[in-house]
Design a binder for this molecule. Structure first.
Ligand code: PLP
Length: 363
């Protein structure tokens, strides 16, 4: 069984820890002696409410946020957050500021522009999204309603080396592809959101970590399902939540804790990324990294080869060697290696060995 599994470098949905899948498999038919699968029980049943509150507590503990934060389990993906955020927090007459560092940041900004006034505080579009802007190059509007950033740019392979703060302006971050991969001060944020399918679990659930003072700002004249305050009031059970996704998310959170938490995973993630960036830096004419060095992502590594033929050969041979999901996103082309928390060091070592061999043969 185990030998059938490849090293999975897919960007999302992505690799999950083997221990988590095994645990889910073990208790799939009879969840906690209920005689039913977790897929078959009510979201309002005691055993499921316990799962949901445990997931909230585990996430708060791992992020180190206090009781003034609420965790919500929503649907519609991170993409629905692009519009929910301005619907709730961008009133008429105010402006919302966006730092545009990639495709998802651009989409977030475009959705907000449908709802109200926006301002692009900085953008790296003219540099093909190869870098994260310097703090000094971020120019906020007068008294913005909030500032939105994307901590890791999944498609372009860039990540904020140091996360910014903007005084009292509410800071909102899309952390879909790097939440729990490294330490940071989550208490600086008014709202953090993440589609689970990159670094937290399966698709189907979107995690929102929201500071309580923001809940008071939610207007009453927007549809109920799009109001954060309702989901907070009802503990994410205003309607049926994605129960199986929340259950798996909780297993992943328990797994993160068992690994030693975010600090321990950050060290491993640095070691993993170094194995691959070293290959790029040793052969920069062959492995042409997309991100500028100071903006490199620990989670998604993007690169081109000297020709599209070589890129095709790389993908085909890597797949044969049990290294899957290495094809780049169409907007960058080439290769992308997604090495989320659940990717073991052995996977990055195998990829690094493969890269060295491939370059020797074809370089
Ligand atoms: C994948 C991704 C999204 C989109 O997530 P969906 O859940 O598919 O809507 C948004 N932002 C970032 C940074 C992502 O990586």
């Amino acid at each position: 069984m185990l030998t059938d599994r490849i090293f999975n470098f897919n960007p999302g949905p992505a690799v999950l820890p083997l221990e988590v899948l095994e645990e889910a498999q073990k208790e799939l038919l009879n969840f906690q002696n209920t005689g039913m699968s977790v897929l078959e029980i009510s979201h309002r049943s005691k055993p499921f409410i316990a799962v949901s509150s445990e997931a909230e507590a585990n996430l708060k503990e791992l992020l180190g946020v206090g009781d003034n934060y609420k965790v919500l389990f929503l649907q519609g993906g991170a993409s629905t957050q692009f519009s929910m955020i301005p619907m709730n927090f961008l009133p008429k007459g105010r402006t919302a500021d966006y730092v545009v560092t990639g495709s998802f940041a651009d989409k977030a900004h475009k959705e907000a522009a449908i709802i109200g006034n926006t301002h692009i505080a900085a953008s790296s579009k003219d540099n093909e999204y190869r870098n994260i802007p310097k703090f000094a190059d971020i120019h906020l509007s007068d008294n913005p309603a909030y500032v939105h950033i994307t901590s890791n740019n999944t498609i372009y392979g860039t990540e904020w080396a140091e996360l910014p703060t903007f005084g009292n302006v509410p800071l909102i971050a899309d952390m879909s592809s790097d939440i729990l991969s490294r330490q940071f001060d989550a208490n600086n944020y008014a709202l953090i959101y993440a589609g689970a399918q990159k670094n937290l679990g399966p698709s189907g659930v979107t995690v929102v970590i929201i500071r309580e003072d923001m809940l008071a700002k939610c207007p009453k004249d927007i549809p109920t399902m799009l109001r954060y305050s309702i989901h907070a009031e009802k503990d994410s059970m205003y309607n049926t939540p994605p129960t199986f996704s929340i259950y798996l998310l909780n297993l992943v959170l328990k797994w993160v804790k068992a690994q030693g938490g975010v600090a321990a995973l950050e060290k491993i993630n640095q070691q993993k990324a170094k194995l691959i960036y070293d290959c790029i830096d040793q052969n920069p004419d062959f492995y042409r990294g997309h991100a500028e060095k100071g903006s490199r992502s620990l989670m998604n590594i993007t690169l081109r080869l000297p020709s599209e033929e070589l890129e095709k050969a790389f993908i085909a041979e890597a797949t044969k060697a049990g290294l899957g999901g290495v094809k780049g996103h169409r907007s960058v082309g080439g290769l992308r290696f997604s090495i989320y928390n659940a990717m073991p060091v052995a996977g990055c070592q195998a990829l690094s060995d493969f890269m060295t061999q491939f370059q020797r043969k074809n370089g």
